[in-house]
Design a protein around this ligand. Structure first.
Ligand code: SF4
Length: 298
């Protein structure tokens, strides 16, 4: 989070649940099967569990997962379970409450940790997402990985992308982390079981209850297999995290677009997904995303 906080947008600028559900019905009609609810922080939005239940009930939608900062997770767990959530990802970059405060600018470490532990007591698959940053949490990575030893969860190390505030941090590469973990815990064996919807590579380690995963979008570019599109809270449809290119879906929907036109617009966005990212390419600086991740729901 930036020190000055984030700019709030008017409620009227946020997509209503009805608008998102209409979009998802059309999307499901084109063959989209999996939905991830991200943010900002989805659990701060009133009625989110009821919304998730409705998404689960859309014909064709097979899974609905949630990415959360975990602060409100514990109190929402019963409702999330009842709504049929198929997976929960919690962002956690440190196990040190003070550092947690420095990174997130709030004092919710205890609540987040308690939420993660409570989630492991349910049948919902849990993933912990950690972004390794040089000079910030590099000393803790083995400790964070060890959560997958103690609990049946997947700990994923997600490479910092140079978007928004991410431009101010140095990445720690997957190979570096893997060799650090192998020194500490022994051989990591690549598994071919499907643990998610995305391009993460997963490993098992002897004696671990859970798995370790890596998502390395920059150093191990996987754009050719990227099948995601993003709808931001303020109604922008994005084919790719890296580029600024976007469609103002909310504006189109509010100006009377039919479902057929909506379907065509969605298909056009998908057909125009870029071949690959251009992180670090100065010649393409002008067309790269300038919004912060918290605003895109990356
Ligand atoms: S196409 Fe864009 S969103 Fe997909 S993996 Fe590449 S950079 Fe990320």
């Amino acid at each position: 989070m930036p020190a000055k906080g984030v700019e709030f947008v008017e409620h009227s600028e946020i997509m209503t649940y009805e608008e998102i559900l209409r979009f998802l019905r059309v999307a499901a009609g084109t063959g989209i099967r999996k939905v991830k609810v991200t943010g900002g922080e989805p659990l701060v939005r009133k009625g989110v569990c009821g919304f998730i239940r409705k998404v689960r009930n859309i014909p064709g939608i097979e899974s609905v997962t949630l990415t959360t900062n975990g602060a409100l997770l514990e109190e929402h767990l019963p409702e999330l379970e009842a709504a049929g959530i198929t997976g929960i990802n919690v962002s956690l970059d440190t196990l040190d409450p003070e550092k947690f405060h420095q990174i997130t600018r709030c004092d919710d470490f205890g609540r987040v940790w308690s939420g993660i532990r409570a989630a492991t007591q349910t049948k919902i698959p849990v993933k912990v997402n950690c972004i390794p940053m040089k000079g910030c949490n590099e000393e803790e990575l083995a400790k964070i990985a060890a959560l997958a030893k103690e609990y049946p969860i997947t700990v994923r190390f997600i490479e910092m992308m140079p978007i928004g505030m991410g431009t101010g941090y140095a990445r720690i590469l997957q190979d570096e982390i893997k060799s650090l973990l192998e020194d500490r815990f022994g051989t990591m064996e690549l598994v071919d079981e499907i643990l998610g919807n995305g391009p993460a590579g997963y490993y098992k380690i002897a004696d671990f209850k859970g798995r370790i995963g890596f998502i390395s979008a920059v150093s191990h570019e996987f754009c050719k297999s990227c099948n995601r599109i993003r709808l931001t809270a303020d109604g922008i449809l994005k084919p790719c995290l890296n580029f600024e290119s976007r469609v103002n879906l909310k504006k189109e929907m509010r100006s009377g677009m039919t479902d057929e036109e909506l379907e065509q617009l969605l298909k056009n966005v998908i057909y125009h997904k870029p071949r690959c990212h251009a992180f670090g390419d100065e010649t393409k600086k002008d067309i790269q995303e300038k919004r912060r991740m918290a605003g895109i729901g990356g």
